[in-house]
Write a protein that binds this ligand. Structure first.
Ligand code: FES
Length: 143
C-alpha cells in the first residue's frame, strides 16, 4: 500500500518524495483524495489533523520544529500557537533548525520567520503557508 502511495506522491511532488516517506506512511492512509483535490503543486500542508505532542514543548516566545511532520509551531504568548509548513517554498526541502527565531533551510540557505512564515532570506520568495493549530487537553493538533 505504501508503495503505491509513494508512487503517487512521487508523481505529484517529485523531488520531495524522499522526504515524504516516513511521515506519509502513517498519516496518509485516507489522504489520497484530499491530495488529488488540493495538494498538487503546493507545499505539504497536512490534509487532516496531526497530533504534535505536548503543547508545553513549544517554549513561550519561541518555536519548535517538527521535522518529521514538516511543521513548525511558534508560541508568541502563553496559550497562543501558530503553525506553518516547515517545507521550504524554494525547492521543497524541510527546514532543519530554528536559529534565533529563524527557520533555516539546509538546501540553499533560505530563512523564514517562524512566527509569521515570512521569508527573511532567499532564494525562497514565498512565505511558509500557515497551518491551523490548536491546543487540546495540553496537546497540539495541527491541520
Ligand atoms: S529548498 Fe530551501 S532554500 Fe532551496
Amino acid at each position: 500500500m505504501s508503495a503505491s502511495q509513494s508512487a503517487a506522491r512521487r508523481t505529484v511532488l517529485k523531488g520531495a518524495a524522499a522526504i515524504v516517506g516516513a511521515a506519509g506512511a502513517g498519516a496518509a492512509l485516507t489522504a489520497c483524495s484530499a491530495e488529488t483535490a488540493g495538494g498538487v503543486g503546493g507545499p505539504a500542508v497536512p490534509a487532516e489533523p496531526v497530533e504534535l505532542g505536548a503543547a508545553a514543548e513549544v517554549p513561550v516566545g519561541g518555536a519548535k520544529l517538527y521535522r518529521e511532520k514538516k511543521l513548525v509551531v511558534s508560541c508568541p504568548a502563553e496559550g497562543q500557537y501558530k503553525a506553518f509548513s516547515a517545507q521550504c517554498t524554494h525547492a521543497g526541502c524541510v527546514l532543519d533548525k530554528i536559529v534565533e527565531g529563524e527557520g533555516n533551510c539546509p538546501c540553499h540557505g533560505s530563512r523564514f520567520d517562524v512566527t509569521t512564515g515570512k521569508v527573511l532570506r532567499g532564494p525562497a520568495a514565498e512565505p511558509l503557508p500557515a497551518v491551523p493549530v490548536k491546543a487540546e487537553g495540553g496537546k497540539l493538533i495541527a491541520g
